[in-house]
Ligand binder design. Sequence first.
Ligand code: KE4
Length: 428
Amino acid sequence: MDTSSSLFARAKQVLPGGVNSPVRAYRAVGLTPRFIARADGAYIWDVDDHKYIDYVCSWGPMILGHNHPVIRQAVEKAIVDGLSFGAPTEREVEIAELMTRMVPNIEMVRMVNSGTEAVMSALRLARGATGRDKIIKFEGCYHGHSDCMLVKAGSSAMDGGCPNSAGVPVGTAKDTLTAQYNDLESVQRLFDENPNEIACIIVEPVAANMGVVGPQPGFLEGLRRICDKNGALLIFDEVITGFRLAKGGAQSYFHVRADLVTFGKIIGGGMPVGAYCGSRALMEHIAPCGSVYQAGTLAGNPVAMAAGLAQLTYLNEHPEVYTEIEQKANTLAHGMRQAAAEAGAGVQINQVGSLVAPFFTPDCVASFAGANRSDLKKYAAYFGLMLERGIYLAPAQFEAMFLSFAHTQQDIEETIAKAKTVFGILYP
Ligand code: KE4
């Protein structure tokens, strides 16, 4: 088998940047991306047979760890009945019924194939249901790559320095208004300036595409209040937080009600699945019931539904997953803070639930501006030194570390010890 570098050289001949998603190219850290051969539990192996403790977890879906037997067996069983029919199946009904039992305030589900598609469709629904065109997003939040969301976007849109992508028509971008995360005044101002024109606010209840920045007390509640006062819809983009922060996602974790919720990642168990959900009144605006169109050849794909249903069923029956992964994240964050302090390193370690992110700045990070004060060169050096030591992290600052049910106490302690060594190197 080729090595990562020879594979990368080949890949760059036939894939833009050698990858199928920009962040995987390691541009933000200036290294050759590791091509992964296999994964099991909390570990992945690259094609050169290097083993890593994995904190990317496929960007969140692998909450139970890789290659979980319950999910693998469900997929193996589903495959023998056929890969795709383009027709309704019982499993789509089962997973939708389960999601409406697990997540508050949703009565109906529409399955799509990615988080991007879920967000794009939810925005169209909000616009169709309210008859308004304008939407509010937050600078540094990332909601997938649909045109109107590539305005001051976070995640790897930040790495390439293109938070406003080329190819997005001015006519599209003009209806996307941007506010500052954790700053309710910046939201209120937009409503004052655009009375009766704003269809919705879309927010990551925990901003996990600018590193990890949690909502300040009252922020999400304030968005709910502003939406109610102005007849706008509140969309929680829970592609990352959904079924991760809690069984019921961020609505349960923060006790704030959203009108529409988008999901991805965990609901597919590692297969390509997205979904948008809401009340019956809202969702029945969607074709074929209503006039808001959305469709998809592989939406509700039976094999993907088998993986997602197996993962969600396990999570529903094992609530201990949530306490355990949050405890692991607490231990990791606390240990890394101690390691940074002992090294005299100006490093902030943010943590919300099972999401963790380091920022290389002496100042606390509670906003996008704060995240932007982080030393990106230090992050790149930290990434490389940890990779050498068998710790696989997001190859960019504006991402998150994901904990899984498979990470052991020993994995966490090993990661802390290695972070301590690396902080000592970075802050001699
Ligand atoms: P996908 O289209 O990548 O399935 O989901 C888009 C999306 C929507 N909303 C949120 C909050 C998200 O975090 C994402 C995608 N997350 C990134 C990681 N930051 C996916 C990794 C990648 O782009 O390769």
